[in-house]
Design a protein around this ligand. Structure first.
Ligand SMILES: *Cc1c(COP(=O)(O)O)cnc(C)c1O
Length: 245
């Protein structure tokens, strides 16, 4: 599915080869319009520029255009870039985390969006503790049940968050999801809505130490829908940097 999208996206962006800064400006305008349409303050939405496979020079262009959050989905690739670029911006882990990479992840990242098991949470908590660095995390929920996607299912989410609330070195700050790909973003609006409802329900439970501030949802092809449904962090790669090689 994602290959289909990549080819389609390539066609769109090839015809219109704007600079990274111009792409970001366009996205900002679209975010603002979607937010106002939904009666939200656009200030409540932050772009996470997804920089997997993107070289440091292009990432720097995004940072110069005002991007403050960068998303990577592989620990090693992120480590290489962070060592070259430094920590003048925040780096967020958005991909599936293998527990044997927990130490490096806890060290490198300012937030992990993709906690998808008790095992991963335990490993991050332990490593964050050793570093003396409390780590903000989101729980990735697989709302649609699509087999190829990581994430805990909706029923397990509350239990996992209750366990994580007792982990002194993790700061639970919300939920993340990734719907199946469809060119029509309306088709999976319900996934975004369901994640927001889950967030609100967990918030109402009032678990000590848990702040359900964030909804990380929306990518290049569906971020406006996600913003309308309450996204606070949108993860955008292709629409900023063009097709990944
Ligand atoms: C690659 C990736 C994105 C960005 O996808 P685009 O379609 O290029 O915007 C967002 N979230 C995750 C988890 C990703 O792996």
């Amino acid at each position: 599915m994602s290959i289909v999208f990549t080819n389609r996206a390539a066609k769109i962006w090839e015809k219109d080869p704007l600079s990274v800064a111009e792409n970001i400006e366009k996205i900002r305008k679209r975010v603002e319009r979607a937010a106002r349409h939904a009666g939200r303050d656009p200030e409540g939405i932050t772009i996470v520029a997804v920089t997997k496979t993107v070289d440091v020079e292009r990432i720097q262009e995004a940072v110069s255009a005002g991007i403050t959050l960068l998303g990577e989905n592989r620990v090693q690739e992120a480590g290489d870039k962070i060592r070259r670029m430094g920590k003048s911006v925040q780096w967020h882990m958005i991909g599936h985390l293998q527990t044997n990479k927990a130490r490096e992840a806890a060290d490198l990242f300012d937030m992990v969006h993709s906690v998808d098991s008790l095992r991963a949470a335990d490993a991050l908590n332990e490593e964050a503790g050793k570093l003396g660095k409390p780590l903000p995390v989101l729980v990735q929920v697989n709302i649609s049940g699509e087999k190829s996607k990581s994430g805990v299912n909706a029923e397990e989410t509350m239990t996992l968050i209750q366990s994580m609330a007792g982990m002194g070195n993790l700061k639970v700050q919300g939920l993340m999801t990734m719907p199946p790909y469809d060119e029509d973003p309306e088709k999976f609006r319900w996934v975004f809505r369901r994640l927001r409802e889950m967030r609100d329900r967990i918030h109402q439970t009032g678990i000590p130490g848990v702040r359900m501030t964030h909804l990380s949802m929306g990518m290049s092809h569906d971020f406006e829908t996600a913003v309308e449904e309450g996204a606070t962090l949108i993860r955008i790669g292709t629409a900023i940097f063009g097709e990944r090689g």
